[in-house]
Design a protein around this ligand. Structure first.
Ligand SMILES: *Cc1c(COP(=O)(O)O)cnc(C)c1O
Length: 397
């Protein structure tokens, strides 16, 4: 059994907190603080614009991308970073659609994250060549792939239930029908072993502030498979995706490879923090993370089902059919979660009735998971959650 004591010491976990929301916003890696101070004072402050070269700011999107590549089974040089995931969805889907100009359907599922679907709707409307987004139930995706489908666009792990798609099988099915795939790894990268290369994924995208602990609004990543990297058409033809940004040519010429998916000036402060956060993954074996994550989530389900008859498991019972989160439903999920948070157990809720808990072995122990289940049982049994202060809704849930 891998011991994660050393990785836990890399994070700031506030005293008294059991953090079960690393699937939504990872905690602060201690190394990020020092790095942020350095990039502000010693790089920006002291070197000023010279830092683009002297502190190697200009190559950061690719260098950070390479570190993420290892975690998703992508070859070096096939991942770049920057912008937000919503923008990466737009770029990846547009490039994928351009590979199948004769087809009209983007196939996705009802478990996909709303922004992915909004962006797909808006892109299809803007391209205006009769494109449509077809949304089916997650278990119906495979059978809905036919020769009308240009792009199969899916999020591997469902943000509400944790249900895990079989990336390799669906990609194979898509390719057999002549479709291109866009995989959103927002809840996969850093959560479980991912191998985009073995799966044959055409495009993969994800954010880095969830399991990768890059901080609020951390830059997103995009991977383009080698076969498409030099032909993919960048819909956002920004100067940093140009082959020679500092030639200031009038015409756009895409950079070779995935670099063409860059848009504008990279967010150096945020990338530096992300780079420091990725130190925590050095030498970490994703199969060990997966094994530990399964142990944690199985313990949680066992403890909760034994002691909390008021809630119902909403995640797949088979640990290999879910990502690294467990959801349960309760008719008063919102105040129940507020009561939990007041007791130091931080998870989150998703409409209408889902209590969501993320399992992150890098900094979470079995002991804490058992205690979290204890506190949940207590809150439900005593009705502690049904107090006015727990019913008041905040902006962000
Ligand atoms: C978290 C998440 C997003 C968020 O997109 P941002 O542009 O970073 O706000 C998008 N898609 C999925 C699937 C997510 O899980």
């Amino acid at each position: 059994m891998t011991d994660f004591t050393a990785t836990r010491a890399l994070f700031h976990i506030p005293p008294g907190v059991i953090y079960l929301d690393g699937n939504s916003l990872g905690p602060l890696p201690l190394a990020a603080e020092a790095r942020a101070a350095r990039v502000l004072r010693a790089e920006w402050g002291d070197r000023l614009i010279r830092a683009w070269n002297e502190a190697e700011w200009s190559t950061m999107p690719a260098r950070v991308g390479d570190r993420i590549a290892r975690l998703i089974g992508a070859p070096p040089g096939s991942v770049t970073t920057g912008d937000t995931l919503s923008i990466k969805v737009f770029q990846a889907l547009a490039a994928a659609l351009a590979l199948r100009p004769e087809r009209r359907v983007v196939l996705s599922d009802s478990g996909n994250f709303p922004t992915d679907l909004y962006i797909a709707d808006a892109l299809c409307a803007a391209l205006g060549r009769g494109l449509e987004v077809k949304v089916v139930a997650p278990e119906e995706v495979a059978d809905a792939i036919d020769e009308s489908v240009a792009v199969v666009m899916l999020t591997q792990v469902d943000y509400r239930t944790g249900r895990l798609h079989d990336m390799a099988a669906l990609t194979e099915r898509a390719h057999a029908a002549g479709a291109v795939t866009v995989w959103d790894l927002a809840h996969s990268a850093g959560a479980l072993p991912v191998d985009v290369t073995a799966a044959g994924a055409d495009f993969a995208i994800g954010c880095t502030y969830k399991y990768l602990n890059g901080g609020p609004g951390a830059p997103a990543f995009i991977h383009v498979a080698d076969a498409h990297a030099n032909v993919a058409q960048p819909i956002l033809a920004g100067w940093f995706g140009h082959d020679a940004p500092f030639a200031f040519e009038r015409g756009y010429r895409p950079a070779p490879g995935v670099e063409r998916m860059r848009v504008g000036t990279p967010p150096i402060v945020a990338l530096s923090i992300l780079d420091a956060a990725l130190d925590a993954w050095e030498g970490v074996d994703m199969t060990a993370v997966r094994a530990a994550s399964i142990r944690l989530s199985e313990t949680f389900i066992r403890e909760v089902e034994a002691r909390c008859p008021q809630v119902t498991l909403a995640s797949p019972r088979d640990p290999y059919a879910r990502g690294s989160q467990v959801s349960v439903t309760h008719p008063h999920a919102y105040p129940v979660m507020q009561a939990l948070i007041a007791r130091g157990v931080i998870g989150d809720v998703r409409q209408p009735d889902v209590l969501r808990f993320g399992f992150t072995p890098l900094y979470l122990s079995e002991d804490e998971v058992v205690r979290a289940a204890d506190i949940l049982a207590d809150i439900l049994a005593t009705g502690e959650w049904d107090q006015p202060q727990f019913h008041a809704r905040a902006n962000v849930t």
